[in-house]
Design a protein around this ligand. Structure first.
Ligand code: ADE
Length: 257
């Protein structure tokens, strides 16, 4: 799976994703992550990509044209890759964009705009998006992005929660992490993605490792019994109990199924 992150801060995104499980998945070629700098598509000599907001209001807005040119270049690169010409490095050269795009019957990629005004990201959405070959993530900054380009290119508006961040980079990293770990081979233990929180609509049961007693707290007896059916029963009960206490909204949904 290939992620293409359109951002004004590519180094922030790449530094955050280069390590641990996601870094290893990149090394193994299971996923690729490319951060494309929207500023490279500025159309003025000062490399400015923001401007004042029509109608007034505080702050600046990212302009439509650099975002659009950046998007076109990314989409062109995706098409070249799909057609087996991925090593063509000038794929993100905006001067050649339009001719290559034209006449190509390939379908357009999904473009996710990270915004507090989007639908709230869930495990279900992560699963849905993990089925894509290519995913374009668009990160806004300042007060956001000119609505006209959003209307033209965005297929999904996604929020990571009901709070406002300074930009879409952290939300994009969260999406990349949550989606990548669902790509086959990324987690060593495939079952761990299947039986964890949210996968079946419940929070995960409590888990314990050695030692058997720590700070006078003993590991529940049933987990030491070796009786598989009893362990499963206990875990299901604990998952139900924990979900009812901590996330009554999820519990009600689960019980109504
Ligand atoms: N950009 C700023 N805040 C955000 C949020 N909560 N979710 C997604 N993108 C954002």
């Amino acid at each position: 799976m290939n992620f293409h992150i359109m951002t004004l801060f590519p180094e922030m995104v790449m530094h955050g994703l280069n390590t641990s499980i996601i870094g290893r998945a990149m090394d193994k070629g299971l996923i690729s992550i490319e951060a494309v700098n929207i500023r490279d598509y500025a159309f003025n000599k000062h490399n400015k990509v923001d401007d004042y907001i029509y109608g007034g209001g505080a702050g600046m807005l990212m302009q439509a044209e650099p975002v659009y040119l950046c998007y076109e270049a990314v989409e062109k690169k995706i098409k070249l890759n799909r057609n087996g010409m991925g090593s063509c490095t000038d794929a993100v050269d905006r001067n050649n964009d339009r001719d290559v795009n034209e006449g190509n019957g390939n379908s357009k990629s999904r473009v996710v705009y990270l915004t507090p005004q989007g639908e709230v990201f869930t495990q279900k959405k992560a699963q849905e998006l993990s089925g894509e070959d290519d995913l374009i993530l668009l990160c806004g900054h300042y007060e956001g992005i000119d609505e006209r380009v959003l209307e033209e290119i965005v297929t999904d508006n996604i929020s990571i929660g009901d709070y406002v961040l300074t930009g879409g980079e952290l939300p994009a990293m969260i999406l990349v992490d949550a989606i990548s770990r669902l790509v086959p081979g990324v987690l060593n233990n495939e079952v761990s993605a299947e039986f964890e929180s949210f996968q079946d609509g419940l929070l995960e049961y409590p888990q314990y490792s050695r030692p058997e007693i720590w700070h006078d707290k003993k590991v529940p007896e049933v987990l030491l019994s070796g009786h598989h059916a009893n362990v499963e029963k206990w875990r299901h009960e604990k998952a139900l109990e924990r979900t009812r206490e901590r996330r009554p909204d999820l519990y009600d949904k689960y019980m109504a199924q």
